[in-house]
Design a protein around this ligand. Sequence first.
Ligand SMILES: NC(=O)c1ccc[n+]([C@@H]2O[C@H](COP(=O)([O-])OP(=O)(O)OC[C@H]3O[C@@H](n4cnc5c(N)ncnc54)[C@H](O)[C@@H]3O)[C@@H](O)[C@H]2O)c1
Length: 199
Amino acid sequence: MGRLDGKVALITGGARGMGKSHVRHFVAEGARVVFGDVLDDRGEHVASKLGEQSCRYVHHDVTSETDWAAAVAATVEAFGRLDVLVNNAGVLKFARIADMTLADFRRILEVNAVGCWLGMKAVTEPMTAAGGGSIVNISSIEGFTGAAGLYGSVCGTVSARALCATAWMRLIRASDSGRVEIRLPSRSLRAASRRRSPW
Ligand SMILES: NC(=O)c1ccc[n+]([C@@H]2O[C@H](COP(=O)([O-])OP(=O)(O)OC[C@H]3O[C@@H](n4cnc5c(N)ncnc54)[C@H](O)[C@@H]3O)[C@@H](O)[C@H]2O)c1
């Protein structure tokens, strides 16, 4: 018996890296998963290895409100409900402030912070209808410690954490069954997640 038997999850940025690992481990624990990404070939490949009984891939740019509506609808249509959202998609850019363009900084905030907010907004209705749910926002330990050359990404990740705290307060008031949490991976997890992945 898996720890996620009967649960239905939507995971963003699941075509590679930690997101792919989340998808594989959710399915291994019994969840049915819809995951999205902008890397369609990789996403389709990951889904094909897991089988459509438990896993579907959708093209999903987290900065697009239209894509969010389509991904949530695809999840409910495929598996009947939505219990878990993992806001994992993120972008990283190493640059000193002086060297980073405004366009790059805005892009990081758009994916890492606005994408996260759009996701929390998009799942409110189906999770409320289901009587509760869990939202997991992947942030970074570097939001606490700071990191040289990662100014933009640290700002994005701090925003994701702030969004989490605000949403937690709102959900706690609205329902006893809602849960919003934050995960703070450190860079060492990157190597670990890739080592465990056979494909
Ligand atoms: N790996 C680490 O050591 C580490 C440490 C701290 C935090 N994180 C966070 O964990 C998450 C995953 O990191 P990772 O190392 O696996 O990164 P990664 O770059 O390997 O994977 C990120 C995924 O997000 C996707 N993505 C990017 N922009 C997108 C968009 N607009 N819409 C949908 N998908 C999009 C990418 O295509 C990719 O598949 C990120 O949010 C990152 O900030 C990772």
